[in-house]
Ligand binder design. Structure first.
Ligand SMILES: [Zn+2]
Length: 420
């Protein structure tokens, strides 16, 4: 059995790949040299095997595969398990179980070809701890932005994984507290939500003034701000307050969407989550109140997307992984729905790569370009013609390390430091 070790310091020659990214087809065939976590060179003419730069390089044959940037997920909840009732799982498991299962999920995310996630609400600081462990190569996981606890009003959406704050000063303190705890992004609840009982999804919650205070604190510390939005009122409050992305966006009207364009606000639709709830239904064990609220609202998200796609609002793709029946690694299903709504596969690929990277303010991640991060996946088929081709990549390269090659028996290994 061939061993594949995920070594970051290993030089890789990726040979004969078709190369594409969110700009479209880059090369019909090229060799790429990867070292130190970055793409050093791309040569459509082919790099000769005796070139000095190749000394000691591992050769990865990619002929017949298309190499694209690793996918990103702008809306994930690593401490939720994606079962029909994730809140019930969370309430039933011990904090230790939650942490260990979350770490296991990180590995599945990478295996799916997702190399960057933003966690927008977790319990127990587990997201923050995992991010640090991934960065130290102690466990295998994607690049992460982590919000820690969500900032919500007293009794507001997600209070069971949040800091409850009322008034601009308390919100300011809440944001500062999460940054102190290690959050690298901030999540605000602009409206009620489906997953919290006894409240109307879409009812305005944090006020514009409260969110403006949060945005000011977050931006001072270079943290991007996401706002949960399920109505036009809530969306307007959030966009006026200066958030960087609107999450979900049910019921947002043309005026609010025009304001997003003016302000450069991203839309992260997470439409897969609505579809999974409606398809799964109460029969599979999704709580009644979640299904009822979703039934009442989901159409209004389709209308938001119609306007947003037509107007060209930047889409930053996330899927609400961890929510009922959605896995964090399943970005392809989210992108397939964008396709049903008329988005070109190239733009869908951009939404889940370069657009997310821009929202996250990650420099030099999200395109296949010399000097850029070597977060790459190789797939069969042509994702520029059919976005579904991105599902189950054959090869995953993360921070310049070959972490998965499905063509090799048992071809998946954790980094050296793990499992010691
Ligand atoms: Zn969410």
């Amino acid at each position: 059995m061939q061993q594949v070790s995920a070594r970051r310091d290993e030089r890789l020659l990726l040979r004969g790949a078709r190369v594409a990214d969110g700009r479209g087809l880059r090369h019909e065939r090229a060799d790429l040299l990867v070292d130190g976590g970055r793409i050093l060179a791309i040569d459509p003419g082919g790099i000769p095997e005796d070139a000095p730069a190749l000394r000691g390089a591992r050769i990865v044959e990619l002929a017949g595969l298309t190499l694209v940037p690793g996918l990103m997920n702008a809306h994930a909840h690593i401490t939720l398990d994606g079962s029909p009732d994730p809140g019930a799982t969370l309430a039933a498991e011990t904090p230790a179980e939650t942490a260990i299962r979350s770490a296991r999920r990180l590995r599945e995310v990478v295996e799916s070809g997702v190399t960057t996630i933003r966690d927008v609400g977790a319990v127990g600081g587990i997201d923050i701890a995992l991010r640090a462990m991934v960065e130290r190569d102690e466990i295998l996981g994607p690049r992460m932005l982590t919000c820690g606890k969500v900032i919500t009003m007293t009794g507001g959406h997600g209070h069971w994984m949040g800091v409850e704050c009322d008034g601009p000063d308390e919100v300011r303190k809440g944001v500062r507290g999460q940054i102190k705890a290690g959050a690298t992004a901030i999540k605000l609840m602009a409206t009620g939500g489906m997953m919290t009982p006894n409240q109307r999804a879409g009812a305005p919650q944090l006020t514009e003034a409260e969110m403006a205070a949060a945005v000011e604190e977050a931006h001072k510390a270079d943290r991007v701000v996401a706002a949960h939005v399920e109505s036009d009122d809530g969306g307007r409050n959030a966009v006026r307050a200066g958030v960087d992305s609107v999450e979900h966006g049910h019921g947002m009207g043309a005026e609010t969407i025009a304001l997003m364009l003016e302000r450069g606000t991203f839309l992260d639709p997470t439409i897969l989550s609505d579809r999974a709830i409606l398809e799964g239904g109460t029969e599979l064990g999704i709580p009644d109140y979640v299904v009822e609220k979703c039934r009442a609202l989901s159409e209004t998200l389709l209308r938001t997307l119609e306007i947003a796609f037509a107007r060209g609002v930047p889409i930053a793709a996330g899927n609400d992984g961890g929510a009922p029946l959605v896995h964090i690694g399943d970005m392809v299903s989210e992108l397939e729905i964008y396709g049903e709504l008329g988005m070109h596969p190239r733009d869908a690929l951009a939404a889940a790569t370069i657009n997310d990277a821009r929202l996250f303010r990650l420099p030099e991640v999200g395109y296949v370009e010399p000097g850029w991060a070597a977060d790459l996946i190789a797939v069969r088929g042509d994702p520029l013609a059919r976005i579904s081709a991105l599902r189950d990549p054959e090869v995953v390269i993360l921070r310049g390390a070959l972490v998965l090659d499905r063509r090799v028996a048992d071809g998946f290994r954790v980094p050296r430091a793990a499992g010691a």
